[in-house]
Design a protein around this ligand. Structure first.
Ligand code: ATP
Ligand code: MG
Length: 419
């Protein structure tokens, strides 16, 4: 029979990688708490219309990356490709806008995009997603970046670049569009097929193309950044000032537009050279019109998402504050009688343990301990029982200690020696 395997681009996450995921999640949660963000869990599956309306129907995500299907009731539904659309829906549906002047929320979970799988790019991937509704003050734009840099610092991620830009408001974009279109019209021969379509429907999208020829064309193009209206310019300058107050080093990247339509003013990405082609591992920006476009009151907002798989690639496992692990190896029926009292003593001290279930030879139990990478093995056989001791072996340097065979006091004695 053919073995069943995961779908292309879907993966089992285990071992060191899931430890890093948990670490990223725990450190993120710690800072979200400190900064006053509250958790929301939103559905993985929503009406297709939610994503089409919010992300924009001329974006890569909506045009070609969504897992969309008709459910048994005949409705078109989609596995969420990102979290912001659902967070905005929740903000409106749960009436948060009426309850709190500013809503700071976050969610953590799987996203789904039908992309070509490669390193750092999967069809199911994880995001830590943060949104703040209710203020246009650029102080919060800077505060979010500060919060991200604190998370990265705690994860020992030092090599990264914070890239920022402003994509202006509707008015800036409206007046800039003609200038941009006339420039790209003269370069049509160098644009890929996708970008030729973008030129018709959504010319700013051309800046997000990954095709090297199209990137070349944008090198000498006019930039929206240079045509911002006075309001957007002031917003950006104040943002810069606050970034400086928080001591955050940034790089202005006028080509940065982001892959979704709903952004306005501030956009940013955090990239790392260590990631290769898929170099952005955090991305976000302001979206001052989306809540209103989704049928809510006019509400300025800003958010970002951390790509957990990509951040895990540059997070070192050393950042894990691993407590030692202990393995209990016992030989003979009498030794086994000590097992449960010893486990109870270990649990009451919060020590992590493991042991073999079926009595095997000491040699085979030591191999088992090795395969688990146990830091210490506690050995108990007839000789030790006769002497009233238990032997603790440090598996790194093979040093041995003899401890008194008193199950109740054992965990405390072990703690004293090993922590
Ligand atoms: P890219 O340009 O790499 O396709 P994007 O602009 O589509 O990224 P966003 O929609 O901004 O990505 O998502 C935010 C973050 O989520 C990205 O910076 C990245 O770290 C992560 N991400 C996006 N798509 C994937 C994917 N298919 N697999 C793994 N991580 C992803
Ligand atoms: Mg993408």
């Amino acid at each position: 029979m053919e073995k069943l395997r995961t779908l292309r681009g879907f993966r089992d996450v285990f071992g060191e990688e899931i430890q890093k995921f948990n670490l990223i999640e725990n450190v993120s949660r710690k800072y979200f708490n400190l900064f006053g963000f509250k958790e929301i869990e939103i559905p993985v599956l929503e009406k297709t219309e939610l994503f089409v309306r919010s992300i924009g129907d001329t974006t890569d995500i909506v045009e070609k990356e969504m897992f969309t299907f008709v459910d048994l009731g005949g409705d078109s539904v989609t596995l969420r490709p990102e979290a912001t659309a659902g967070m905005v829906r929740a903000y409106l549906q749960e009436g948060l806008y009426a309850k709190e002047r500013i809503s700071k929320v976050f969610t953590i979970g799987s996203m789904f995009r039908h992309e070509r799988p490669q390193k750092g790019r999967y069809r199911e991937f994880h995001q830590v997603d943060v949104e703040s509704f209710g203020t246009d003050d650029p102080l919060i734009d800077a505060e979010l970046l500060w919060m991200i840099t604190l998370i990265l610092k705690e994860l020992n991620v030092a090599e990264y670049t914070v890239e920022i830009n402003s994509v202006g408001c509707k008015e800036c974009r409206e007046s800039f569009r003609d200038e941009l279109v006339s420039y790209f019209e003269t370069k049509k021969d160098h644009l890929c097929e996708d970008c030729l379509r973008r030129l018709e429907r959504n010319p700013l999208r051309i800046f997000d193309c990954k095709n090297s020829q199209c990137i070349d064309v944008t090198q000498s193009s006019p930039f929206l950044f240079d045509s911002l209206c006075e309001g957007c310019q002031t917003h950006f300058e104040t943002f810069l000032k606050h970034l400086n107050d928080f001591n955050i080093v940034i790089n202005i990247n006028k080509r940065l537009v982001r892959g979704l339509d709903y952004y306005s003013k501030t956009v940013f990405e955090i990239t790392s050279g260590d990631l290769g082609a898929q170099k952005a591992f955090v991305a976000g920006g302001r979206y001052n019109n989306l809540v209103e476009e989704m049928g809510g009151p006019s509400t300025p907002a800003i958010g970002f998402a951390i790509g957990v798989e990509r951040l895990a690639l540059i997070t070192s496992i050393d950042a894990l504050s691993g407590k030692p692990s202990y393995f209990f190896a016992y030989v003979g029926e009498e030794a086994k009688n000590y097992l449960v009292p010893i486990l109870r003593s270990f649990i009451s001290e919060g020590l992590s343990f493991n042991y073999a279930y079926e009595g095997k030879s000491l040699k085979s139990q030591m191999r088992f301990a090795d395969s688990l990478c146990a830091d210490y093995v506690l050995i108990l056989g007839d000789d030790e029982i006769a002497k009233g001791i238990i032997v603790m072996r440090d598996m790194r340097n093979k040093n041995q200690h003899e401890l008194s065979l008193d199950p109740q006091g054992l965990a405390k004695a072990v703690l004293k020696l090993t922590l």
